[in-house]
Design a binder for this molecule. Structure first.
Ligand code: CA
Length: 369
């Protein structure tokens, strides 16, 4: 980043007084903690979402709020909606350059920078939110995530999860693989790659443009997130059928990116504030999505007459086969991709039998709803 930008953003008020408190010419490190405490930092956070968008935009706001409160106001973060400071899909470059010290987005938008980065967000037919947190925090996933962004001067943090998404809105029913042929669908990330393998045409449309693209027929189908966010975009009045499951995004990590130079300039306690605030947001966002998705699904069906459809089993089986074939091919030509996929798959293979006899089995036994 531009060093001058950082110096301008860092207010040194109080530093002189704090230095006095260090206790003379040979202050101990402990005595000097107050020196760092006197320094305040004003950061910018650019986001890939419309300002205040439910869950995602408000999640960025809440992350900034956590950081300000935990730091006692010593680190403040001004949040910008997509397009306000930089366009949604330039968030990565803006954080890399230091135009903004933070970014809020999701790693599958950056497949053009690091193809393997998509796996840190979500893989089709992959890990759930709870499972992927196991990989990121304890299974080596986060170290690989950091390695992926290191050449760009960015440190990523998991800072939210959408939970299992919906399959999307379709103008016509999907009865077999034949209906995928020529289907033009808003579906970013790995899901888009797989749709293309299956004969469809994926497009990556920012959230702010999805409704118009679907309503005007520029696209035949669109997946966005789930009932809560899809309702907010009004997608129920643009697509006729609402499909499940969200095979393309089984539990998508939302990321906070921090410019590495700006992070390095923080005292240790503020570094911890950023890390712990992101981890708190990772928990909070999943809770919020789970609560509001359930409510919104009922509203969509009861009040808006939305027609739910499950994808045919043979379509799901075929797309799943294509997914693993695609991932293997990517790994074959990319050493880093290979290491990420090996780590992801090892964990997937160990957690799946466990999940099958715990949450998956119990879900099947549920009564009363
Ligand atoms: Ca999605």
């Amino acid at each position: 980043m531009d060093r001058r930008t950082f110096v301008t953003g860092a207010t040194l008020a109080g530093a002189a007084g704090a230095l006095t408190a260090c206790g003379g010419p040979s202050p101990t490190t402990a005595n000097c903690v107050s020196t760092a405490s006197g320094e305040t930092f004003e950061w910018k956070m650019v986001t890939a979402w419309p300002r205040d968008f439910p869950g995602l935009g408000t999640g960025a706001n809440l992350l900034a709020d956590y950081i300000a409160r935990l730091s006692g106001g010593r680190l403040t973060v001004k949040v910008y909606g997509g397009g306000e400071l930089v366009p949604p899909f330039e968030v990565f470059d803006a954080v890399s350059r230091g135009t903004a010290e933070m970014g809020h987005s999701t790693s599958y938008y950056w497949k053009g920078k690091v193809p393997a980065a998509q796996l840190f967000c979500s893989s089709p037919f992959g890990l759930t939110a709870q499972e992927i947190n196991g990989w990121l925090y304890y299974g080596g996933g986060m170290a690989l995530y950091r390695e992926a962004y290191e050449p760009f001067g960015i440190i990523p943090f998991a800072a939210g999860n959408s939970g299992t998404q919906m399959g999307g809105w379709f103008k016509k029913e999907i009865r077999s693989m034949a209906d995928i042929q020529g289907l033009k669908m808003r579906i970013p990330g790995l899901g888009g790659e797989i749709l293309e393998r299956a004969g469809g045409t994926p497009v990556t449309t920012p959230g702010s443009e999805v409704f118009t693209a679907l309503q005007t027929g520029v696209i035949d189908a669109a997946e966005w997130v789930g009932p809560w966010n899809d309702q907010a975009l009004g997608l129920f009045s643009a697509g006729d059928y609402y499909y499940y499951p969200g095979w393309q995004e089984t539990g998508s990590t939302i990321e906070a990116m921090v410019n590495a130079e700006a992070f390095a300039a923080l005292p240790d306690d503020l570094k911890a504030v950023v890390e712990i605030a992101a981890q708190a947001m990772n928990t909070d966002m999943l809770a919020e999505f789970t609560f509001y998705n359930a409510r919104a699904l009922k509203t969509l069906v009861d009040d808006h007459g939305v027609q739910l459809r499950a994808f045919p089993d043979d379509v799901m089986e075929r797309l799943q086969t294509l997914t693993w074939e695609f991932l293997e091919e990517q790994a074959a030509g990319d050493e880093f991709y290979g290491r990420v996929l090996d780590s992801y798959r090892d964990y997937y293979e160990s957690v799946t039998p466990y999940s099958r006899i715990t949450e998956q089995y119990l879900m099947g036994l549920r009564q009363g709803a």
